[in-house]
Design a protein around this ligand. Structure first.
Ligand SMILES: Cc1cc2nc3c(=O)[nH]c(=O)nc-3n(C[C@H](O)[C@H](O)[C@H](O)COP(=O)(O)OP(=O)(O)OC[C@H]3O[C@@H](n4cnc5c(N)ncnc54)[C@H](O)[C@@H]3O)c2cc1C
Length: 459
């Protein structure tokens, strides 16, 4: 059975865009597609830069054709019917009895819109009944439009659509709207119709009128709705991926789900649902998949972890409570460690160690506890005591510097002595030895009457 780097399930904008990126990375890819893409009923795709107005089928055809030069990309026009995980690999069962294995998976199977149960809606969906004002609002600008929806969802969609026309009616299909909602809609010039809809009448996919229960009819050119939707495929659930409260699959910003190695892109991730965004998500997931494969193969530094570690370290260093609290703690610890009581406590610990050893038969656990405890305590003490020593040494040097600077005959050159190299310190030491010898000579010549402090030292 062939092992692919990635199997992409779903050949819509998201899946094909990912296939292109991964094909260009020379990854071994299999794309499986059942051919039931979301906007299959639509005649023209909009908001896709460079392809505005293209037939959705034509866009997919072009995308598939552009994958042909990439020899590592294979395509199967069949649905995936089952999926499973075996250790680090995924097993994908394709209809017609075929199967394939993959190191990573990209699920780009899209969603299905749940059409309201209204007679006549099926024939008009995608032509004059729409879900997205951004995709199809412009084609119906300034026309007589209806919105189907209840409560918040319906009101919000109507307020949005008002941007494209001022001849707008919100149909709540038998649900009474709150006074607040009615007020907001009234101020924007949106009419409300609460009578249940009986059927829709249209010709060649074009809506003509909405028939209400009771016989009234409302002439309209288009209707928009935003009812629920569900994933086209149950594969993510079968893999055990986590879902969030809104019903969308939980994933990080690269599209990786709670199951390591399983990525999602496009409408199935329930982000903004536009074809161009689905394509962008596909490309983004492809980059993450390629990076993951490089990491697994050991061809990539664990850059993210390193960056995270440095960021945490930087953050800790900037925290005032840590900076301000550390020095007093270090000073107190250093003082405490030098007291007779601390020495007595240390002796007591050694005594406990000596007594408990035979009691526990010098067991592995006893050794583990003793060794770990002493190592941790010593490790932490080193940092605290070193901090105090560093500060003491610095303070001492500064005080000496101040003394040297205030003694007229002293050389300012000696102020920064702690920063000299070993060679420079050797040289100064030699000069002081020569001085000492000269002074001893002078003392013996003068009969031993002079004292060192009475003669300025000059080199
Ligand atoms: C009527 C309508 C009009 C729209 N108009 C526009 C528009 O003008 N502009 C715009 O940007 N967006 C538009 N959209 C939204 C757009 O269609 C989606 O955002 C886009 O198709 C999402 O791409 P996708 O790749 O995530 O999913 P899809 O395009 O739905 O592709 C998913 C693919 O996965 C396949 N699949 C599913 N299950 C399986 C399985 N088990 N095995 C194998 N394959 C599987 C399906 O066959 C399908 O080909 C419209 C939507 C609708 C409903």
């Amino acid at each position: 059975m062939t092992l692919y780097d990635t199997i992409i399930i779903g050949g819509g904008p998201a899946g094909l865009s990912a296939a292109l990126v991964l094909g260009r990375c020379m990854r071994r890819i299999l794309v499986c597609d059942s051919g039931r893409y979301r906007n299959e009923r639509s005649q023209a795709l909009h908001c896709y830069m460079g392809h505005d107005g293209i037939h959705p089928r034509e866009l997919l055809k072009r995308a598939r054709r552009q994958l042909e030069p990439y020899a590592t990309v294979s395509m199967k026009c069949l649905p995936v019917c089952d999926i499973g995980q075996e250790e680090d690999e995924f097993l994908v069962r394709i209809e017609a009895g075929e199967a394939a294995r993959a190191r990573t998976l990209l699920i780009a199977t899209g969603v299905v819109d749940e059409l309201p149960e209204i007679e006549g809606i099926g024939d008009l969906f995608g032509r004059s009944i729409h879900v997205c004002p951004y995709c199809d609002g412009w084609e119906h600008r300034n026309a007589a439009i209806a919105v189907y929806g209840r409560a918040d969802k319906g009101t919000n969609l109507a307020l949005l659509l008002r941007q494209w026309t001022n001849d707008l009616v919100l149909c709540t299909h038998g649900v009474a709207l709150s006074k607040d909602h009615r007020g907001i809609l009234g101020r924007r010039g949106v009419a409300v119709e609460e009578t249940p809809i009986e059927r829709l009448e249209g010709v060649d996919g074009c809506l003509r009128s909405i028939h209400f229960v009771g016989g009234r009819k409302l002439p309209r050119r288009a209707l928009f709705f935003n009812t629920d939707q569900h994933p086209r495929s149950p594969l993510l659930e079968r893999l055990g991926c986590r879902f969030d409260e809104s019903g969308g699959v939980a994933c990080d910003e690269s599209g990786e789900t709670s199951v390591r190695g399983v990525f999602v892109a496009g409408d199935v991730s329930r982000d903004v649902q536009l074809a161009i965004i689905a394509a962008a998500e596909g490309a983004r997931a492809a980059l993450a998949i390629n990076k993951r494969l490089l990491k697994v193969d050991g061809h990539l530094l664990y850059g993210q972890e390193l960056t995270l570690g440095l960021a945490v370290y930087g953050w800790l260093c900037r925290q005032a409570p840590i900076r301000l609290g550390h020095s007093p703690l270090a000073r107190r610890t250093a003082c405490l460690l030098g007291t007779p009581a601390a020495f007595a406590a240390a002796c007591a610990i050694v005594a406990v160690w000596a007594v408990t050893g035979p009691l526990f038969g010098y067991s592995d656990t006893w050794q583990l506890v003793i060794n770990t405890a002493t190592t941790i305590v010593t490790f932490l003490m080193v940092f605290l005591v070193q901090n105090t020593q560093n500060r003491d040494a610095r303070a001492l040097h500064l005080k000496l510097g101040e003394l040297l600077r205030s003694v007229k005959e002293a050389r300012n050159k000696l102020i920064d002595l702690e920063n000299c190299t070993d060679e420079e310190l050797d040289q100064v030491e030699r000069q002081f030895r020569a001085l000492k010898r000269r002074e001893a000579r002078q003392e013996s010549e003068a009969g031993g009457n002079s004292r060192v402090g009475e003669h300025p030292i000059k080199v």
